[in-house]
Design a protein around this ligand. Sequence first.
Ligand SMILES: [Fe+2]
Ligand SMILES: [Fe+2]
Length: 377
Amino acid sequence: MTPNTHDILVVDDEPEVAASISEVIALSGYMCTYAESPAEAIDLLRRRHFDVVLADMLMPGMDGLELLQEARQVCPGSRGILMSGRMTSTMARSAIRQGAYDVLSKPLDIDHVRAVLAEACEQATQSPEPARPETASGTSRSEPASMYEAVRVGSVPQRVDLGFVLSLTASLEAKNSATRHHSENTAYYAWILGSRLGLAGDELLVLRTASLVHDVGKIGVPDVILEKPGPLTPAEYAVVKRHPRIGYEILRHVKGLHSVLGAVLYHHEWWDGSGYPQGLHGAETPLAARVIHLADAIDAMFSRRSYRRRLTLSRVLAEIEACAGRQFDPRLAREAIEWLGSAPGAVLTRRNRGDLLVNAGLTSIPGGIGEVLPGVR
Ligand SMILES: [Fe+2]
Ligand SMILES: [Fe+2]
């Protein structure tokens, strides 16, 4: 199966609807952005190339069909899909005659959305894309924000052997004992948060896989920095900040891992836009990356560091609450607080770790990978 590598723009004047459609699409592995008005959408289309634009029909100022026609002008090669809660078959045929690739009835049937998106993306691929300035590494140099335009993720979660994923994780743990267990622990917390959000099947599988490999890029960060006991200098921190990009570069060659690239690349983005590597805001960051970001922080807070003890459960809950809406997606933060507050026994400790990981299906090795790696203590 050829992996789809496409960018989607969702446009709906109801912000919550736009955000939730965008999240579902992102969970299918696409890079997905949303706009809350036709004007905002056109502005985005002028600055970035999108393969597919998914627009609501009824919006103030300009209806969805007009927007799709405008989109084809400013973003040649894109395909437009119209969404409407009151779409008759006559209106649908008329919309398609006027250039819409397809129409979708609201409430959306997610499986149908995925199927139509896959087709539209394939069509978009067959049209030539506008030329972009390329560097030798394949990234654009037109402006800093567009550096990652070339980042695409697979649309269809593809199965990849868990043993292969765990060997990638083991490579990192073998190199750096300071973060021993971190990948599996993050996967455990992400798995539970994802389940509480209602994710299941392939979506949960993608989340688990992405969590296990989220820090694989740290293989490219010198040990002297990763294991430094004190605070990092700005120059050292700049090196650490490269690891999501390095992880992306390592994993993008594995066909079965295309669906996790967005989560790996963006797992250090903050809800308020002050994270890295791209400074994405809110739901612009794929949901899986937001879940991993919080799960990663939970594991870090419950882990002992050379300069501090493991935080208590109350401290961790207080930290999550304090950072909700700034660092963490507030909805996820609420879920985490509710869960951790009601199930303190589910927090990983040295004693219960092996059993909890096995129960979550994250390893068949009692205690996890770190227990069987020679030289890792
Ligand atoms: Fe990381
Ligand atoms: Fe991490």
